[in-house]
Design a protein around this ligand. Structure first.
Ligand code: FPP
Length: 233
């Protein structure tokens, strides 16, 4: 690893899409409408990230902690990816975008598991942006799961590469830029291993208000930063 000036767009951008609930509340709408608008915003950002040359985009849609939300909201969030991929699969394919998921299959209903499998299969040979949806994902659970599998495989000594090969993100480079919307300055159990050297960018915008030009602003900010990976000049 060496000191690198950012002269090209970040290869891997991750987004914590926060603020759907507050966006809806401000308009006296239900939280689920906020999530629906959030999903619309997500398509725009996926297409834009593809256009500006980002190679990997990982977005946090449902955390392992989100099961504790009201049943009506959890039910809606379980339905949302079905709608999302039904409505957008043509645009995703037409733009050569590859889709995959990180997160646990446990507790996910069979219809959603089928949708996940179908969109992954349909897009697996695409060569444009690789869009990764974090769904039923939690970083601490991911690391514990990796360690348990390492124990099952009876490995006595591991290194960074071996550890990474047990994570959901196997084969995907570390995150260069992590964006969080809604003015919350936290990482909330998202990709804790993979953001070790990421640049962090916090936007005050609520996710449904986050535009392509806000995304460009984050990239521009990234390009101004100098990454030293713990080294000195
Ligand atoms: C956090 O905002 C957002 C979520 C838990 C859901 C994120 C979902 C989307 C952006 C829609 C796209 C999803 C799919 C599956 C395509 P919040 O509800 O915590 O907002 P708040 O902090 O304002 O209450």
């Amino acid at each position: 690893m060496q000191k690198t000036k950012n002269i090209t767009p970040p290869k891997h951008v991750a987004i914590i899409m926060d603020g759907n609930g507050r966006w809806a509340k401000k308009r006296n709408l239900s939280r689920n409408i906020g999530h629906k608008m959030g999903a619309k915003r997500l398509v725009d950002i996926i297409m834009h990230a593809n256009k500006v040359g980002v190679k990997y985009l990982t977005c946090y849609a449902f955390s392992t902690e989100n099961w504790d939300r009201p049943k009506e909201e959890v039910d809606y969030l379980m339905k949302l990816p079905l709608e999302f991929f039904e409505e957008n699969k043509k645009q995703i394919s037409d733009n050569d975008i590859k889709v995959s998921f990180i997160g646990f299959d446990e507790n996910i209903n069979s219809e959603l598991l089928k949708t996940k499998k179908e969109i992954v299969e349909k897009t697996k040979n695409n060569k444009g942006l690789h869009f990764i949806l974090a769904f039923n994902y939690g970083s601490q659970a991911e690391i514990i799961n990796a360690v348990n599998n390492i124990i099952k495989d009876k490995l006595l000594v591991i290194d960074k590469e071996i550890m990474e090969s047990y994570l959901f993100t196997k084969g995907i480079p570390d995150v260069d830029l992590l964006i969080r919307t809604s003015n919350e300055l936290r990482v909330s159990n998202f990709l804790l291993w993979q953001i070790s050297y990421s640049e962090l960018y916090f936007s005050k915008k609520l996710w449904p208000d986050f535009t392509k030009s806000d995304f460009d602003k984050a990239i521009k900010d990234f390009l101004k930063r100098e990454r030293r990976y713990g080294k000195v000049e």
